[in-house]
Design a protein around this ligand. Structure first.
Ligand code: BGC
Length: 423
Protein backbone atom coordinates (compact mmCIF):
# COMPACT_ATOMS: atom_id res chain seq x y z
CA UNK A 1 0.00 0.00 0.00
CA UNK A 2 1.26 3.49 -0.77
CA UNK A 3 2.59 5.26 2.28
CA UNK A 4 0.13 8.11 2.36
CA UNK A 5 -3.20 7.28 0.76
CA UNK A 6 -4.65 9.14 3.72
CA UNK A 7 -3.81 12.39 1.94
CA UNK A 8 -6.63 12.17 -0.58
CA UNK A 9 -9.63 12.66 1.70
CA UNK A 10 -7.93 15.51 3.55
CA UNK A 11 -6.94 17.19 0.33
CA UNK A 12 -10.37 16.81 -1.30
CA UNK A 13 -12.01 18.30 1.77
CA UNK A 14 -9.71 21.27 1.71
CA UNK A 15 -9.72 21.97 -2.01
CA UNK A 16 -13.38 21.49 -2.76
CA UNK A 17 -15.39 22.01 0.38
CA UNK A 18 -13.76 24.83 2.31
CA UNK A 19 -15.57 27.97 1.18
CA UNK A 20 -12.65 30.25 2.05
CA UNK A 21 -10.35 28.42 -0.30
CA UNK A 22 -12.92 28.35 -3.08
CA UNK A 23 -13.08 32.13 -2.88
CA UNK A 24 -9.31 32.41 -2.92
CA UNK A 25 -9.25 30.19 -5.99
CA UNK A 26 -11.57 32.53 -7.82
CA UNK A 27 -9.29 35.48 -7.21
CA UNK A 28 -6.15 33.65 -8.33
CA UNK A 29 -7.78 32.19 -11.41
CA UNK A 30 -7.52 35.58 -13.15
CA UNK A 31 -3.75 35.82 -12.55
CA UNK A 32 -0.91 34.80 -14.77
CA UNK A 33 1.46 33.53 -12.10
CA UNK A 34 2.14 29.96 -11.04
CA UNK A 35 3.43 29.02 -7.61
CA UNK A 36 6.44 26.74 -8.17
CA UNK A 37 7.70 24.63 -5.28
CA UNK A 38 11.21 23.25 -5.80
CA UNK A 39 14.57 22.80 -4.07
CA UNK A 40 16.87 24.58 -6.50
CA UNK A 41 18.46 27.05 -4.11
CA UNK A 42 22.24 26.74 -4.61
CA UNK A 43 23.86 29.28 -6.96
CA UNK A 44 23.83 27.01 -10.02
CA UNK A 45 20.35 25.68 -9.31
CA UNK A 46 19.06 29.21 -8.73
CA UNK A 47 20.53 30.43 -12.03
CA UNK A 48 18.90 27.52 -13.86
CA UNK A 49 15.49 28.19 -12.25
CA UNK A 50 15.82 31.91 -13.07
CA UNK A 51 16.54 30.99 -16.65
CA UNK A 52 13.30 29.02 -16.81
CA UNK A 53 11.42 31.91 -15.27
CA UNK A 54 12.90 34.32 -17.87
CA UNK A 55 11.88 32.00 -20.72
CA UNK A 56 8.36 31.58 -19.39
CA UNK A 57 7.64 35.31 -19.03
CA UNK A 58 7.29 36.03 -22.79
CA UNK A 59 4.94 33.02 -22.99
CA UNK A 60 2.70 34.82 -20.47
CA UNK A 61 3.57 32.64 -17.46
CA UNK A 62 4.96 34.30 -14.32
CA UNK A 63 7.10 32.04 -12.13
CA UNK A 64 6.15 32.70 -8.51
CA UNK A 65 9.02 31.17 -6.60
CA UNK A 66 8.32 28.88 -3.62
CA UNK A 67 11.80 27.41 -3.17
CA UNK A 68 12.61 25.28 -0.12
CA UNK A 69 16.36 24.96 0.56
CA UNK A 70 17.93 21.56 1.11
CA UNK A 71 19.97 19.50 -1.37
CA UNK A 72 18.26 16.34 -2.56
CA UNK A 73 14.85 17.78 -1.69
CA UNK A 74 14.09 16.19 1.72
CA UNK A 75 12.73 19.44 3.16
CA UNK A 76 10.89 20.41 -0.03
CA UNK A 77 9.00 17.10 -0.12
CA UNK A 78 7.92 17.58 3.52
CA UNK A 79 6.72 21.13 2.85
CA UNK A 80 4.84 19.95 -0.21
CA UNK A 81 3.02 17.30 1.83
CA UNK A 82 2.07 19.80 4.49
CA UNK A 83 0.86 22.34 1.92
CA UNK A 84 -1.36 19.66 0.40
CA UNK A 85 -2.76 18.81 3.84
CA UNK A 86 -3.45 22.49 4.50
CA UNK A 87 -5.47 22.58 1.28
CA UNK A 88 -2.99 24.85 -0.46
CA UNK A 89 -1.01 22.77 -2.97
CA UNK A 90 1.31 24.85 -5.16
CA UNK A 91 0.45 25.01 -8.88
CA UNK A 92 3.69 23.33 -9.86
CA UNK A 93 6.08 21.09 -7.92
CA UNK A 94 9.45 19.50 -8.48
CA UNK A 95 8.18 15.95 -8.19
CA UNK A 96 10.49 13.35 -9.60
CA UNK A 97 10.69 9.68 -10.46
CA UNK A 98 8.67 7.08 -8.59
CA UNK A 99 7.18 9.65 -6.23
CA UNK A 100 5.25 11.05 -9.20
CA UNK A 101 3.06 7.97 -9.43
CA UNK A 102 2.23 8.17 -5.70
CA UNK A 103 0.82 11.66 -6.26
CA UNK A 104 -0.95 10.64 -9.46
CA UNK A 105 -2.54 7.71 -7.60
CA UNK A 106 -4.31 10.11 -5.28
CA UNK A 107 -5.45 12.36 -8.11
CA UNK A 108 -3.21 15.34 -7.33
CA UNK A 109 -1.47 15.59 -10.68
CA UNK A 110 -2.86 17.21 -13.80
CA UNK A 111 -2.53 14.87 -16.83
CA UNK A 112 -0.58 16.44 -19.69
CA UNK A 113 -1.58 14.06 -22.48
CA UNK A 114 -2.74 16.82 -24.85
CA UNK A 115 0.53 18.74 -24.44
CA UNK A 116 2.53 15.56 -24.97
CA UNK A 117 0.65 14.75 -28.16
CA UNK A 118 0.86 18.30 -29.52
CA UNK A 119 4.59 18.49 -28.77
CA UNK A 120 5.19 14.97 -30.14
CA UNK A 121 6.83 13.78 -26.90
CA UNK A 122 6.68 10.11 -27.94
CA UNK A 123 8.85 10.97 -30.95
CA UNK A 124 11.21 13.58 -29.49
CA UNK A 125 11.81 12.45 -25.90
CA UNK A 126 14.15 9.63 -24.95
CA UNK A 127 11.95 6.56 -24.32
CA UNK A 128 13.40 6.26 -20.79
CA UNK A 129 12.33 9.84 -20.05
CA UNK A 130 8.86 9.26 -21.49
CA UNK A 131 8.66 6.21 -19.21
CA UNK A 132 9.55 8.33 -16.16
CA UNK A 133 6.72 10.84 -16.87
CA UNK A 134 4.10 8.26 -17.86
CA UNK A 135 1.82 6.36 -15.53
CA UNK A 136 -1.15 4.14 -16.35
CA UNK A 137 -1.41 5.52 -19.87
CA UNK A 138 -1.21 9.18 -18.83
CA UNK A 139 1.58 11.71 -19.03
CA UNK A 140 1.89 13.22 -15.56
CA UNK A 141 4.84 15.63 -15.59
CA UNK A 142 6.95 17.84 -17.82
CA UNK A 143 10.57 16.68 -18.13
CA UNK A 144 13.36 19.21 -17.71
CA UNK A 145 16.75 17.54 -17.74
CA UNK A 146 18.74 14.37 -17.19
CA UNK A 147 21.38 14.32 -14.45
CA UNK A 148 24.21 11.79 -14.38
CA UNK A 149 24.93 10.56 -10.88
CA UNK A 150 28.04 8.51 -11.71
CA UNK A 151 30.14 11.64 -12.13
CA UNK A 152 33.60 12.26 -10.71
CA UNK A 153 34.62 15.92 -10.78
CA UNK A 154 38.24 16.87 -10.39
CA UNK A 155 40.33 19.97 -9.96
CA UNK A 156 42.45 20.50 -13.08
CA UNK A 157 45.05 22.69 -11.34
CA UNK A 158 45.78 20.15 -8.58
CA UNK A 159 46.03 17.27 -11.05
CA UNK A 160 48.39 19.36 -13.22
CA UNK A 161 50.47 20.38 -10.19
CA UNK A 162 51.12 16.71 -9.32
CA UNK A 163 51.27 15.70 -13.01
CA UNK A 164 48.48 13.16 -12.54
CA UNK A 165 45.86 11.88 -14.96
CA UNK A 166 42.21 11.59 -13.93
CA UNK A 167 41.41 8.07 -12.71
CA UNK A 168 39.60 5.61 -14.96
CA UNK A 169 39.92 2.53 -12.77
CA UNK A 170 39.80 2.05 -9.00
CA UNK A 171 43.50 1.20 -9.06
CA UNK A 172 44.14 4.62 -10.70
CA UNK A 173 41.89 6.23 -8.11
CA UNK A 174 43.78 4.65 -5.20
CA UNK A 175 47.06 5.70 -6.74
CA UNK A 176 46.10 9.37 -7.20
CA UNK A 177 44.44 9.48 -3.77
CA UNK A 178 47.70 8.28 -2.14
CA UNK A 179 49.72 10.87 -4.05
CA UNK A 180 47.41 13.72 -3.05
CA UNK A 181 47.43 12.58 0.57
CA UNK A 182 51.23 12.39 0.53
CA UNK A 183 51.33 15.99 -0.75
CA UNK A 184 49.04 17.19 2.02
CA UNK A 185 46.04 17.68 -0.32
CA UNK A 186 42.66 16.19 0.54
CA UNK A 187 41.98 13.67 -2.25
CA UNK A 188 38.19 13.69 -1.99
CA UNK A 189 35.67 16.24 -0.73
CA UNK A 190 33.24 14.40 1.54
CA UNK A 191 30.02 14.87 3.49
CA UNK A 192 28.21 12.40 5.78
CA UNK A 193 24.74 13.75 4.98
CA UNK A 194 22.66 10.63 4.38
CA UNK A 195 21.46 11.57 0.88
CA UNK A 196 25.00 12.38 -0.20
CA UNK A 197 26.33 9.08 1.12
CA UNK A 198 23.55 7.29 -0.78
CA UNK A 199 24.43 9.25 -3.91
CA UNK A 200 28.07 8.13 -3.71
CA UNK A 201 27.17 4.57 -2.76
CA UNK A 202 24.90 3.87 -5.71
CA UNK A 203 27.73 4.73 -8.12
CA UNK A 204 30.06 2.37 -6.24
CA UNK A 205 27.37 -0.29 -6.32
CA UNK A 206 26.93 0.07 -10.07
CA UNK A 207 30.70 -0.06 -10.55
CA UNK A 208 31.03 -3.30 -8.57
CA UNK A 209 27.79 -5.02 -9.45
CA UNK A 210 27.32 -3.98 -13.10
CA UNK A 211 23.92 -3.07 -14.54
CA UNK A 212 22.31 -6.52 -14.34
CA UNK A 213 22.77 -7.06 -10.61
CA UNK A 214 22.19 -3.34 -9.97
CA UNK A 215 18.74 -3.63 -11.58
CA UNK A 216 17.94 -6.77 -9.59
CA UNK A 217 18.71 -4.90 -6.39
CA UNK A 218 17.36 -1.44 -7.17
CA UNK A 219 14.59 -1.93 -9.75
CA UNK A 220 13.26 -5.44 -9.06
CA UNK A 221 14.23 -5.02 -5.39
CA UNK A 222 15.21 -8.62 -4.79
CA UNK A 223 16.27 -8.71 -1.18
CA UNK A 224 18.46 -11.77 -1.79
CA UNK A 225 20.47 -9.99 -4.49
CA UNK A 226 21.75 -7.60 -1.81
CA UNK A 227 23.66 -10.48 -0.20
CA UNK A 228 25.93 -10.80 -3.24
CA UNK A 229 29.65 -10.44 -2.34
CA UNK A 230 29.94 -7.52 -4.78
CA UNK A 231 27.74 -5.45 -2.47
CA UNK A 232 30.18 -6.09 0.36
CA UNK A 233 33.00 -4.82 -1.87
CA UNK A 234 31.05 -1.63 -2.63
CA UNK A 235 30.42 -1.10 1.09
CA UNK A 236 34.10 -1.58 1.91
CA UNK A 237 35.01 0.93 -0.80
CA UNK A 238 32.51 3.40 0.65
CA UNK A 239 34.23 3.16 4.02
CA UNK A 240 37.64 3.55 2.45
CA UNK A 241 36.54 6.67 0.54
CA UNK A 242 35.29 8.15 3.74
CA UNK A 243 38.57 7.39 5.49
CA UNK A 244 40.33 9.68 3.01
CA UNK A 245 38.97 12.68 4.94
CA UNK A 246 40.34 13.05 8.47
CA UNK A 247 37.20 14.41 10.06
CA UNK A 248 34.12 13.59 8.04
CA UNK A 249 31.18 15.87 8.75
CA UNK A 250 27.61 16.34 7.67
CA UNK A 251 27.60 19.40 5.53
CA UNK A 252 25.78 20.72 2.51
CA UNK A 253 27.04 19.57 -0.88
CA UNK A 254 27.97 23.09 -1.93
CA UNK A 255 30.62 23.16 0.83
CA UNK A 256 32.31 20.18 -0.81
CA UNK A 257 32.09 21.86 -4.20
CA UNK A 258 33.69 24.93 -2.61
CA UNK A 259 36.67 22.79 -1.52
CA UNK A 260 37.10 21.59 -5.07
CA UNK A 261 36.83 25.17 -6.33
CA UNK A 262 39.43 26.65 -3.96
CA UNK A 263 42.05 23.90 -4.38
CA UNK A 264 41.38 22.33 -0.95
CA UNK A 265 40.24 18.99 -2.41
CA UNK A 266 41.20 17.23 -5.61
CA UNK A 267 38.03 15.25 -6.41
CA UNK A 268 34.34 15.05 -5.65
CA UNK A 269 31.77 12.30 -6.32
CA UNK A 270 28.42 13.96 -6.99
CA UNK A 271 25.65 14.28 -9.56
CA UNK A 272 26.57 16.63 -12.41
CA UNK A 273 24.58 19.50 -10.87
CA UNK A 274 27.91 20.16 -9.09
CA UNK A 275 29.39 21.26 -12.42
CA UNK A 276 26.52 23.77 -12.78
CA UNK A 277 27.42 25.05 -9.34
CA UNK A 278 31.11 25.47 -10.14
CA UNK A 279 30.23 27.33 -13.34
CA UNK A 280 27.86 29.62 -11.45
CA UNK A 281 30.79 30.56 -9.20
CA UNK A 282 32.84 31.47 -12.26
CA UNK A 283 34.91 28.27 -12.61
CA UNK A 284 35.63 27.19 -16.15
CA UNK A 285 35.50 23.59 -17.35
CA UNK A 286 38.36 24.49 -19.70
CA UNK A 287 40.84 25.53 -17.03
CA UNK A 288 39.53 24.88 -13.52
CA UNK A 289 37.66 21.59 -13.33
CA UNK A 290 36.64 18.64 -15.46
CA UNK A 291 34.85 15.36 -15.00
CA UNK A 292 35.09 11.70 -15.85
CA UNK A 293 32.68 8.90 -15.05
CA UNK A 294 33.08 7.10 -11.73
CA UNK A 295 35.66 4.31 -12.24
CA UNK A 296 34.09 1.07 -13.41
CA UNK A 297 30.98 2.77 -14.85
CA UNK A 298 32.11 3.67 -18.37
CA UNK A 299 29.27 3.38 -20.89
CA UNK A 300 26.75 3.34 -18.03
CA UNK A 301 24.39 6.15 -17.17
CA UNK A 302 23.08 6.29 -13.61
CA UNK A 303 20.32 8.80 -14.21
CA UNK A 304 17.99 11.11 -12.36
CA UNK A 305 15.44 12.96 -14.48
CA UNK A 306 14.19 16.30 -13.17
CA UNK A 307 10.51 16.93 -13.79
CA UNK A 308 7.86 19.47 -12.86
CA UNK A 309 4.37 18.18 -12.11
CA UNK A 310 1.32 20.40 -12.49
CA UNK A 311 -0.86 20.00 -9.41
CA UNK A 312 -4.63 20.03 -9.24
CA UNK A 313 -5.84 22.79 -6.92
CA UNK A 314 -8.64 25.25 -6.36
CA UNK A 315 -6.98 28.01 -8.37
CA UNK A 316 -7.71 26.23 -11.67
CA UNK A 317 -4.72 27.44 -13.64
CA UNK A 318 -4.79 24.54 -16.09
CA UNK A 319 -4.16 26.62 -19.23
CA UNK A 320 -1.12 28.30 -17.67
CA UNK A 321 0.15 25.00 -16.30
CA UNK A 322 -0.03 23.43 -19.75
CA UNK A 323 1.72 26.44 -21.26
CA UNK A 324 4.52 25.97 -18.75
CA UNK A 325 4.84 22.25 -19.58
CA UNK A 326 4.97 23.08 -23.28
CA UNK A 327 7.57 25.86 -22.90
CA UNK A 328 10.01 24.02 -20.66
CA UNK A 329 10.08 20.87 -22.76
CA UNK A 330 10.67 22.78 -26.03
CA UNK A 331 14.19 22.92 -27.44
CA UNK A 332 15.12 26.55 -26.57
CA UNK A 333 14.38 26.06 -22.85
CA UNK A 334 15.95 22.61 -22.87
CA UNK A 335 19.25 23.96 -24.16
CA UNK A 336 19.32 27.14 -22.08
CA UNK A 337 18.31 25.49 -18.79
CA UNK A 338 20.46 22.37 -19.03
CA UNK A 339 23.62 24.28 -20.02
CA UNK A 340 23.36 26.11 -16.71
CA UNK A 341 22.14 23.24 -14.54
CA UNK A 342 24.87 20.76 -15.54
CA UNK A 343 22.28 18.27 -16.80
CA UNK A 344 21.41 17.39 -20.42
CA UNK A 345 18.27 17.78 -22.57
CA UNK A 346 15.59 15.13 -22.32
CA UNK A 347 15.14 15.29 -26.10
CA UNK A 348 16.80 12.99 -28.61
CA UNK A 349 16.36 15.44 -31.55
CA UNK A 350 19.41 17.52 -30.65
CA UNK A 351 21.24 18.92 -33.70
CA UNK A 352 24.94 18.17 -34.13
CA UNK A 353 25.77 21.83 -33.45
CA UNK A 354 23.66 21.90 -30.27
CA UNK A 355 25.41 18.75 -29.08
CA UNK A 356 28.81 20.23 -29.89
CA UNK A 357 27.93 23.33 -27.87
CA UNK A 358 27.53 21.29 -24.66
CA UNK A 359 30.53 20.91 -22.34
CA UNK A 360 32.47 17.64 -22.56
CA UNK A 361 30.83 16.10 -19.45
CA UNK A 362 27.39 16.92 -20.76
CA UNK A 363 28.22 15.66 -24.25
CA UNK A 364 29.37 12.33 -22.87
CA UNK A 365 26.31 12.15 -20.66
CA UNK A 366 23.88 12.83 -23.54
CA UNK A 367 25.68 10.47 -25.93
CA UNK A 368 25.77 7.67 -23.38
CA UNK A 369 22.11 8.16 -22.56
CA UNK A 370 21.32 8.08 -26.30
CA UNK A 371 23.49 5.06 -27.10
CA UNK A 372 21.52 1.85 -27.76
CA UNK A 373 24.37 -0.21 -26.34
CA UNK A 374 24.85 1.77 -23.10
CA UNK A 375 23.24 0.77 -19.81
CA UNK A 376 20.79 3.31 -18.39
CA UNK A 377 20.01 2.60 -14.75
CA UNK A 378 17.83 4.62 -12.38
CA UNK A 379 19.08 6.37 -9.25
CA UNK A 380 17.64 5.14 -5.97
CA UNK A 381 18.99 8.10 -3.99
CA UNK A 382 17.16 10.50 -6.32
CA UNK A 383 13.78 8.78 -6.33
CA UNK A 384 13.95 7.15 -9.78
CA UNK A 385 13.46 3.63 -8.47
CA UNK A 386 11.54 3.63 -5.23
CA UNK A 387 9.15 5.40 -2.95
CA UNK A 388 10.37 8.08 -0.53
CA UNK A 389 10.28 5.74 2.49
CA UNK A 390 12.49 3.02 0.92
CA UNK A 391 14.96 5.59 -0.38
CA UNK A 392 15.22 7.12 3.10
CA UNK A 393 15.59 3.72 4.78
CA UNK A 394 18.46 2.78 2.45
CA UNK A 395 20.17 6.14 3.07
CA UNK A 396 19.78 5.68 6.84
CA UNK A 397 21.18 2.13 6.75
CA UNK A 398 24.25 3.41 4.87
CA UNK A 399 24.64 6.33 7.25
CA UNK A 400 24.56 3.97 10.27
CA UNK A 401 27.12 1.70 8.68
CA UNK A 402 29.49 4.62 8.18
CA UNK A 403 28.85 6.09 11.61
CA UNK A 404 29.62 2.83 13.39
CA UNK A 405 33.20 1.74 12.67
CA UNK A 406 32.49 -1.62 14.34
CA UNK A 407 29.68 -2.57 11.99
CA UNK A 408 30.89 -5.16 9.48
CA UNK A 409 30.02 -4.65 5.82
CA UNK A 410 28.11 -7.97 5.90
CA UNK A 411 25.92 -6.69 8.70
CA UNK A 412 25.14 -3.56 6.64
CA UNK A 413 24.31 -5.82 3.71
CA UNK A 414 21.77 -7.70 5.82
CA UNK A 415 20.20 -4.43 6.91
CA UNK A 416 20.00 -3.18 3.32
CA UNK A 417 18.42 -6.46 2.21
CA UNK A 418 15.81 -6.10 4.93
CA UNK A 419 14.75 -2.55 4.02
CA UNK A 420 14.39 -3.39 0.35
CA UNK A 421 10.95 -4.75 -0.49
CA UNK A 422 9.60 -5.82 -3.86
CA UNK A 423 7.57 -3.05 -5.49
C1 BGC B 1 17.80 17.00 -8.16
C2 BGC B 1 18.71 18.07 -8.75
C3 BGC B 1 19.33 18.89 -7.64
C4 BGC B 1 20.02 17.98 -6.64
C5 BGC B 1 20.70 18.69 -5.49
C6 BGC B 1 18.54 16.21 -7.11
O1 BGC B 1 17.66 15.30 -6.49
O2 BGC B 1 17.36 16.13 -9.17
O3 BGC B 1 17.99 18.91 -9.61
O4 BGC B 1 20.22 19.83 -8.20
O5 BGC B 1 19.06 17.08 -6.10
O6 BGC B 1 19.84 19.53 -4.82
Amino acid sequence: MKAWHWVLPAWLACVWFLPGLQGQGGAHAQGTSLDVLHWWTSSGERRAADQLSALLAPAGVQWNDAAIPGGGGMAAVKVLKSRVLMGDPPDVAQLIGSTLSEWADVGLVLPLNAVATRQKWPQVLFPTVLGVVSYQGEVIAAPLGIHRINTLLYNRRLFARLKLNPPHTWADFENVALKFSASGIKPLAWSDEAWQVATVFESLLLAEAGPVLYRQMIVQRHSAAWMDPRVEKALLRLRWLRSLSEAPVERVWTDSARELMNDSAAMMLMGDWASGELMAWGASPATDFACVVVPGTAHMHLYSVDTLAMLVNARHHEALQKKMAETISAMPAQLAYNRIKGSVPVRRDLSASALASLGSCARDSWETFASPTAARVPSLAHRMASDEATKDAVAQALWRYLSDPHMEAQEAQKRLASVIRSP
